[in-house]
Design a protein around this ligand. Sequence first.
Ligand code: CTP
Length: 398
Amino acid sequence: MLQGKNILIGVTAGIASYKINLLVRSLVQHNAHVKCIMTPSAKDFISPLTLATLSQNPVAVEFWNSKNGEWENHVKLAEWADLFVIAPLTLNTLSKMSHGGCDNLLLATYFSAKCPVVVCPAMDLDMYAHPVTKQNLALLEKHDVKVIPAEEGFLASGLEGKGRMAEPSTIFDYIATHFYCTKQLEGQKILITAGPTYEAIDPVRFIGNHSSGKMGYSLAKSALNQGAEVVLISGPSQQILDHEKLTIVKVKTALEMLAAVQEHFASVDLGIFAAAVSDYRPAETKAQKIKKSQEKMELHLIKNPDILAWAGKNKTVNQLLCGFALETQNGEKHAREKLTRKNLDFIVMNTLEDEGAGFGHDTNKVLLLDKNNNSKKVELSNKNKIANEIISYIYSNQ
Ligand code: CTP
């Protein structure tokens, strides 16, 4: 997939740079050609020797190569790259990139680059939230630099919040999606629902579930990689996806998800409903935070609309529809019933009985069923592979 691609990795002086070793190793394992540039201060965080060994190429740091006295030609490095990924991106380098500062080789290479550039900011939560940081990131985006946003979690400072560099696997997926595009689904438009829904009880509490959104986002990635246009309707999720043929509609509640599906469904060829929609919502959302005044509290819930069933009722003969079924017992029987009841063409059954399958995991194990009683088992694999299997099953059994 990445065979022969030239990927330039720029490393700046952030603690997260230790994770770059994993990214470089994965890229090389997938047969990409990798070269690394570091800022001089990044050497305080990881050794150029490690990156040189993993990338199988010398690491460039200074304008002059002190060993052979030769000039490190930043223009040549920039020309060599099919993609330039700067990770981690510190606030200092961000500021220079957005305002023309050019006091090291990495920056000179950035300003010479004609290839697409991707940055992965990493900083403490207050620095990341600072308006100047936001402005500078927006400036980079204005100049067509792709930003893979920082993630929530524990930070090197001991604080917790948004600022961690995106995980190496997320950066890898972005790079893979950037390069791997077959044309098999060119001309197809696919709607995918993903993630949980959050149903507000009051301004601070909600009813939700453990869905991570990974399965739906993997499906979107797979469809995009094969040339399809995708409308991804996503409940709250940490997943990130960016592609020129992708429209993301972010929603919180089942009602919002239904409205988004109703807006887009008529224009698509296929709908894949992977979202874990909350079946019920509070009958009333309190405007103010509920105080813990009484010993007992009752919450009155009402049923949410079944979004997939709406699509089943409204689909035309030219549209295909695929649902998901998460079962805990008699999986195949219940899934087949759902397939008929909701007027589906396909259903993907996963069960919480299987280790590593279902919510939250990077892996899944599924049984694919169609309306003509065909079925196919897909053994435990990562969700990207499962997504490819689902899409190829749909298009070969339509
Ligand atoms: N789904 C939906 N809207 C809902 C509930 C579910 O679109 N309000 C979709 C899911 O995205 C999934 C499929 O329906 O594709 C299966 O959902 P599930 O909750 O397992 O099925 P139900 O028909 O609700 O049956 P049950 O909860 O009784 O198992």
